[in-house]
Design a protein around this ligand. Structure first.
Ligand SMILES: [Zn+2]
Length: 82
C-alpha cells in the first residue's frame, strides 16, 4: 500500500534526498548535511507526536493525497525546522 501511494504521489521520487521511518533516517550518500538532517529529525518528532509509524503514515499520506508532497503540513513543518 505504501509503495502504491508513493508511486501515485511522487513520494520518494527523483528529488528525494532522505527518508525517515520511525527512528531510521536514510540519506543518499554524499547528501548528508545539517539542514537535511534537521528536516529528517523533525519527521522523527512528528512520528513521536502521533504515536507510531502507522499513525504517522496514515496522516502523512492523506496530507500528500490532498495537497501534494510539497504542501503537505508535515513537509511544511519539517522545512520550517531546517
Ligand atoms: Zn520531509
Amino acid at each position: 500500500m505504501l509503495r502504491q501511494a508513493a508511486l501515485a504521489t511522487g513520494l520518494g521520487g527523483c528529488g528525494t534526498v532522505g527518508v525517515t521511518l520511525g527512528y531510521s533516517i536514510r540519506m543518499l550518500r554524499g547528501q548528508m548535511n545539517a539542514r537535511y538532517l534537521a528536516h529528517e529529525c523533525r519527521h522523527v518528532y512528528q512520528y513521536e507526536a502521533v504515536g507510531s509509524i502507522a499513525a504517522f503514515l496514515a496522516v502523512y499520506l492523506e496530507q500528500i493525497a490532498k495537497v501534494g508532497y510539497w504542501d503537505a503540513p508535515f513537509q511544511q513543518d519539517a522545512r520550517s525546522h531546517e
